[in-house]
Design a protein around this ligand. Structure first.
Ligand code: SAM
Length: 236
């Protein structure tokens, strides 16, 4: 899958021009020549075999040789709403969520959030999703949504049928996420920050209809909990 390149514009013609970081990689790292064949994708769900026609210093002209509809998405839409961890662990989370087929990642603003998702960081995460898609063969990008405060996210998702809230507190009403794994409904998964959701945030979630779920007796880091949940739904 390493000869895959992302076009940030829809591919609609028999000619395509690659520029920016993707062109730089093709010209200066892969040392492409006229005639080199690669695969383009534009996030629309298809991939496009293409041939290099002309190389400039910063752009590459290609003939688009076809359009192949290749669906590598999950049978149900998985949304991961997560209070982002710090630094490199954000990138790791996005990379693994992309590989596991998560459709949408919503950075949550919660009371104890350690990383406030600023625009520059969101841009870096969108780039990480593209890189992971190139590697794993996804033809649709993981959407990195605009950050949302937890109460706003609850209000926006009130009509969704399957919503699971990971929270490690002792609670007889908690259930295991595998219970919901075999439905085909879209699923929304919420994971708290390193300091956890506050009791008030958990109460807001349960009143709004979210099902608290247990991930076992150990306390997992935010990104581990998020990827464990995504893997349960990504593999079912
Ligand atoms: N002391 C915090 C607490 O008690 O909530 C720990 C937070 S944990 C590091 C970060 C997030 O991962 C939690 O808010 C929760 O969403 C999820 N999580 C971690 N371990 C979990 C478990 N065993 N069961 C359910 N959720 C878990």
């Amino acid at each position: 899958m390493s000869d895959r390149y992302f076009m940030d514009r829809p591919i609609v013609d028999s000619l395509a021009v690659l520029d920016g970081a993707e062109a730089h990689h093709l010209i200066h790292v892969m040392r492409a020549r006229p005639g080199t064949e690669i695969v383009l994708f534009d996030g629309s769900g298809a991939e496009f075999p293409a041939r290099v026609e002309r190389l400039g210093r910063a752009e590459v002209e290609l003939s688009v040789l076809g359009r192949d509809e290749i669906d590598r998405e999950l049978p149900r839409a998985v949304t991961l709403a997560v209070a982002l961890p710090k630094g490199d662990r954000q990138r790791w989370l996005v990379e693994k969520a992309t590989e596991l087929g998560v459709a949408r990642l919503v950075p949550l603003r919660t009371t104890r959030s350690v990383a406030q998702p600023v625009q520059q960081a969101i841009g870096r995460l969108r780039r990480a999703a593209i890189e992971a898609s190139k590697q794993c063969g996804r033809n649709r990008l993981l959407e990195i949504a605009e950050p949302q405060a937890w109460p706003d996210f609850l209000a926006d998702t009130a009509a969704e049928p399957c919503r699971l809230l990971a929270h490690p507190a002792e609670d007889a009403a908690k259930s295991h996420p595998l219970r919901a794994a075999h439905s085909t409904d879209p699923v929304l998964l919420a994971v708290g920050p390193e300091g956890g959701f506050t009791d008030e945030e958990v109460a807001l979630g349960t009143v709004a209809g979210w099902q608290p779920v247990d991930l076992g007796p150990r306390i997992l880091r935010t990104e581990t909990a998020a990827i464990l949940l995504a893997a349960i739904f990504g593999a079912s």
